[in-house]
Every structure is written in structure tokens, then in C-alpha cells.
Write a protein that binds this ligand. Structure first.
Ligand SMILES: Nc1nc2c(ncn2[C@@H]2O[C@H](COP(=O)(O)OP(=O)(O)O)[C@@H](O)[C@H]2O)c(=O)[nH]1
Ligand SMILES: [Mg+2]
Length: 294
């Protein structure tokens, strides 16, 4: 039986990893894929945001897959490898705080896996600024260096694409770079996997705060609270319940200063439960206003 390609999708918090996985799962590439999603924090919001996936999905919560999840990742891989008929590929979404090469190295030693390459996502509007951040800069640059291909998201007309490409290549010489709007899903299965060895630089510590309730939350209260959160909270994501629209989930997304609320999937049979996760570099110690948390 042929080994199954293990494709790693990395990149910093909010870069667009889950969005890419959703778009791959929704597109017509003819492959049966299994997905492993790691998320930082006690609740795996990303696993809940992956939509329309008829194939198997394994949720790995609570931490950075590269340092703490060895057994859970391994047993997730084995579960997916034991599916019959065999899957065509395994995709793993790393948490935004992980070093992707360490996870990609599983493919070298795990029976039944072959290396499917490492795609690292980079937010066109944040990557350069993040690289200068005293807490997370080295992690963000190391994530780029560990890529076989960098995929740039959120590119707008006013971004200087050639200059951004040059900048990425200065951090990660020779890496191939593409922009997400020109990236057909099929290309995910064609990443040239290199043989780079896992390099892990200084450990950056992150903290996550989780908020859950089964009470209905008012849209205006959520909006006020989101706006009041300081930018040191690098990532906000969650699903909330609003009794005015009892059928649908509402989705919160926050990356840097950008915050959005949108309607999500129907609740279906899942409990109408609000779950929100905030993530920040530990050393930042942001002041989190009580707002809805109170
Ligand atoms: N404009 C734009 N927004 C994007 C793109 N990719 C992701 N996003 C948004 O960025 C936020 C974070 O995306 P997500 O896929 O959850 O990032 P992850 O944390 O890396 O998994 C969400 O609000 C997405 O809708 C993109 O290519 N263009
Ligand atoms: Mg994600």
C-alpha cells in the first residue's frame, strides 16, 4: 500500500490556515483527505469552523502540537491511516504558535506516511510587522524558514507584492511563494517536500483564555467588548449563541486590530453554546476588559 502524503499547513495566528482548509475541502480535486486540526487553548474552535467536511476530522486541542501533543498527534495519524479505503492525503493544521518543521518530521519516521510538504501561510498585512515584534518575531521568521512553500493571504491592491516577495525571500531564501487568490486547491497536493531538518528556535510562550456560556449574547454587547480588547490579544475566535437567530451560530474572528462578526453554520444538533478563545504572547500581559466575560 502506498504511503499517504502528510501535508502540514503552518503560519502564525490568524494567517488563514482554517480558511484554506475549508476552501480545499469544498473544491473539486477528487482526493479523499483526512484533516487533523490543532488549536491553542482548551477548546478547538477551528475544528468547529471547518465546514462541509464529509471526510474524517480529528481535533487536537490544548496546545502547540510540536511540544506537547506527541501521543495525541500520533494516535490521530494512526486513526486516519486505518480508514478503509485508504485516504489520499492527511492535512494537518498546526496551531499558529507551532514550528511546522517539527510536525512535518513525523512524515519521515511514521510508518505509512510520506512527506507531503509544508505550506506556511503569511498575512500580507501583518507578517512584516510581526517579524519585528519582540515577543513573536523570531517564531514568525522561523515559521517562514521552515516552509517548502509560502502562501500569502489577504493581499490587496495597495500591497507591494514584488517587495513583499523579496522580503519573504530575504527571510527564507529560495522558498517558493504564491498568493492565496491564485492558489488552486490542487496545488496543495503538489508541494515539493524538502528534507530540511527541524530547527526550533527560542520557545515563545503563549497564553489562552477561554470563555463559555449557554446564555444568549446580544450582538451589541459582543461588538462593544470586541472593540475594547487591546491589540496585544493576537487572536480572538469563537462561536456564540444569539437568541434572536436561534438557528445559526455567530462567528467571531479577530486578528490584530481587525474584528468581524458573521453568521455561521446552523447549530443543527450541537448544543447552543458560546465558546470564545483569546490568545496572546504570555509576556504581553494584556488587560482583558470584563465586558461579556463579567
Ligand atoms: N481578506 C481575506 N481574509 C482572509 C483570508 N484568509 C483568511 N482570512 C480571514 O482571516 C481571519 C483568520 O482566518 P483563519 O483561516 O481562521 O486563520 P488561522 O488562524 O490561520 O486558521 C478570518 O476572519 C478569515 O476570514 C484572505 O485570503 N483574505
Ligand atoms: Mg485556524
Amino acid at each position: 500500500m502506498a504511503d499517504v502524503p502528510f501535508i502540514v499547513i503552518g503560519g502564525y495566528l490568524g494567517a488563514g490556515k482554517t480558511t484554506l482548509i475549508n476552501s480545499v475541502l469544498a473544491s473539486d480535486h477528487g482526493k479523499r483527505v483526512g484533516v487533523l486540526v490543532n488549536d491553542f487553548g482548551d477548546i478547538n474552535i477551528d475544528a468547529k469552523l471547518i465546514q462541509g467536511n464529509d471526510g474524517p476530522l480529528i481535533s487536537l486541542a490544548n496546545g502547540c502540537v510540536c511540544c506537547r501533543l506527541g501521543n495525541e498527534l500520533g494516535s490521530g495519524i494512526d486513526t486516519l491511516l486505518n480508514i478503509s479505503p485508504p485516504l489520499d492525503a492527511l492535512l494537518v493544521e498546526t496551531s499558529g504558535v507551532a514550528y511546522p518543521a517539527k510536525i512535518a518530521s513525523y512524515a519521515k519516521t511514521w510508518p505509512g506516511l510520506s512527506s507531503g510538504g509544508t505550506l506556511v501561510m503569511a498575512d500580507a498585512n501583518r507578517i512584516q510587522q510581526l517579524s519585528l515584534d519582540k515577543f513573536v518575531g523570531s517564531l514568525v521568521i522561523e515559521q517562514l524558514r521552515q516552509a517548502d512553500r509560502v502562501l500569502v493571504t489577504k493581499l490587496e491592491k495597495d500591497n507591494d507584492w514584488p517587495s513583499l516577495q523579496r522580503w519573504i525571500n530575504a527571510q527564507a531564501p529560495d522558498v517558493s511563494i504564491m498568493q492565496s487568490r491564485e492558489f488552486a486547491s490542487q496545488r496543495l497536493f503538489e508541494i515539493p517536500a524538502s528534507n530540511q531538518s527541524p530547527v526550533v528556535s527560542a520557545n515563545v510562550m503563549f497564553e489562552a483564555k477561554t470563555f463559555t456560556t449557554s446564555d444568549s449574547l446580544e450582538l451589541d454587547d459582543i461588538k462593544r467588548w470586541l472593540i475594547s480588547l487591546p491589540p496585544e490579544v493576537h487572536r480572538i475566535k469563537g462561536i456564540f449563541y444569539n437568541a434572536h437567530d436561534p438557528k445559526h451560530q455567530w462567528v467571531i474572528q479577530g486578528v490584530g486590530r481587525q474584528r468581524t462578526i458573521s453568521t455561521g453554520e446552523a447549530w443543527g444538533n450541537s448544543p447552543k453554546q458560546t465558546e470564545i478563545v483569546l490568545i496572546w504572547p504570555k509576556s504581553c500581559t494584556p488587560r482583558i476588559p470584563d465586558g461579556i466575560l463579567g
